[in-house]
Design a protein around this ligand. Structure first.
Ligand SMILES: Cc1ncc(COP(=O)(O)O)c(C=O)c1O
Length: 399
């Protein structure tokens, strides 16, 4: 019996790849600081959990395929007041996490063999989702020395072929933490219009910006309205990853109609997650902003500590809760595995996501790791101390 050839290209998650070694290390009694996964440790706001408890229906029924109307209206209101865009209700469709929003978007836009251009390093699941629709991701490499800024626009243009359907970015970026500027977005917008392409922007970390910098949603570019698709989620914004509630937002009616037909085929997004989300969207945005302040503190101690370690190259991210750092090692995956299997500092070690998995051109990420600053500031400080010790020991073992 044979599987579809599409799954041949489906990679294992770089975030979870080392999990078996971490399990072994834990069994051996080591304490691990998990910096590999974007699972926030902050509590999901209690008021929303209470709202869910108070509103559990007698029958956990399917909802409307596009999501409960009340929830879509709440999202519409949030987009009007927080993002600054007034869109009709038909522009919003609730999905099972941003993950399903991505699957719907790729399925609706891309034929087998079509191409989507994405700066790398990139959120690794884009590669997986493209491969299940048999589309090709054309990577364009952003560079650590440039803080992972948008590569020059003429480099994008060189990659455009008759098979190119879309350009996609993640803003702020996972894994790099880069926040795209107005000028960068404007240049992309012009290119998109010139070549009659779609622009997909994953804005799940929209609120996570630091140093007073402001996120600019692609939906505010009115001349691009008909060709933009935004991917959104409550997972990170409200520390509610398990609610599994995301969103596709687009003013293009033809696109939204096709997404609705896909949504109807899978019946409904999760009902309990939607009720929790209703509770989340009733909260003041101050709740989110307080979380962001906490992440900024964590970023500061992490970057400060990394900069003190000899041989480490790390840009200061302006958004999301990740950074990609280059380490003075031959192979960051080998080193990350060694941290779990052979190393400990006072019984403790750390777990990273080797960055090669976020690249299609793996060699660019060979010495890099993604570090998620999802632990409290003092734990991040301790983790960076452990990294320093580990790098010294690793170096002394090299021939
Ligand atoms: C950039 C990005 N997009 C999408 C997702 C998926 O989010 P969700 O939990 O809403 O499926 C994640 C999760 O880590 C992410 O980092």
């Amino acid at each position: 019996m044979r599987l579809s050839s599409k799954v041949d290209k489906l990679p294992y998650s770089p975030i979870r790849k080392l999990v078996p070694f971490a399990e072994q290390a834990e069994k051996a009694g080591k304490k691990i600081y998990y910096l590999n996964i974007g699972q926030p440790d902050l509590p999901t706001p209690q008021e929303a959990i209470q709202f869910l408890k108070d509103n559990i229906p007698e029958v956990i029924a399917y909802s409307h395929s596009a999501g409960m109307e009340e929830l879509r209206r709440k999202f519409q209101g949030y987009y009007a007041s927080q993002v600054g865009v007034d869109l009709p209700l038909s522009s919003f469709l609730v999905t099972t996490g941003a993950s399903e929003a991505l699957i719907f978007t790729f399925s609706v836009l891309l034929n087998s063999g079509d191409e989507v251009i994405i700066p790398e390093p990139m959120y690794a699941n884009y590669i997986g989702f493209a491969s299940v629709v048999d589309a090709t991701v054309k990577p364009i490499t952003s560079k650590i020395e440039e803080g992972f800024a948008l590569p020059p626009i003429n480099e994008f243009e060189k990659l455009i072929t008759p098979r190119t359907k879309a350009i996609m970015i993640c803003n702020p970026n996972n894994p790099t933490g880069y926040l795209y500027s107005y000028d960068e977005l404007r240049q992309l917008a012009e290119l998109i219009k010139k070549h009659d392409l779609w622009l997909i922007v994953d804005e799940v970390y929209r609120e996570f910006t630091f140093d007073g910098k402001k996120h600019i949603s692609i939906l505010t570019f009115e001349d691009l309205r008909d060709r933009t698709i935004v991917i959104d989620s409550v997972s990170k914004r409200y520390s509610a990853c398990g609610a599994r509630i995301g969103l596709v937002v687009s003013a293009n009616e033809q696109f939204m109609d096709a997404v609705l037909r896909m949504a109807q085929a899978r019946l409904s997004p999760p009902t309990l997650g939607q009720i929790l989300s209703l509770g989340l969207l009733r909260l003041s945005m101050e709740v989110v902003m307080n979380m962001v302040k906490e992440y900024e503190k964590r970023r500061d101690v992490t970057i400060e500590a990394l900069k003190q370690i000899e041989g480490v190259i790390v840009p200061k991210p302006s958004g999301a809760f990740y950074t990609v750092a280059e380490l003075p090692v031959d192979d960051a995956e080998k080193f990350s595995k060694w941290l779990l299997t052979d190393f400990d500092y006072e019984g403790e070690t750390i777990m990273f996501a080797p960055a090669a998995g976020f690249y299609i051109n793996k060699e660019f990420g060979k010495k890099q790791v993604r570090i998620a600053f999802v632990l409290e500031a003092d734990k991040m400080e301790r983790a960076m101390r452990i990294l320093k010790e580990a790098l010294e020991q690793y170096k002394s073992m090299q021939p």
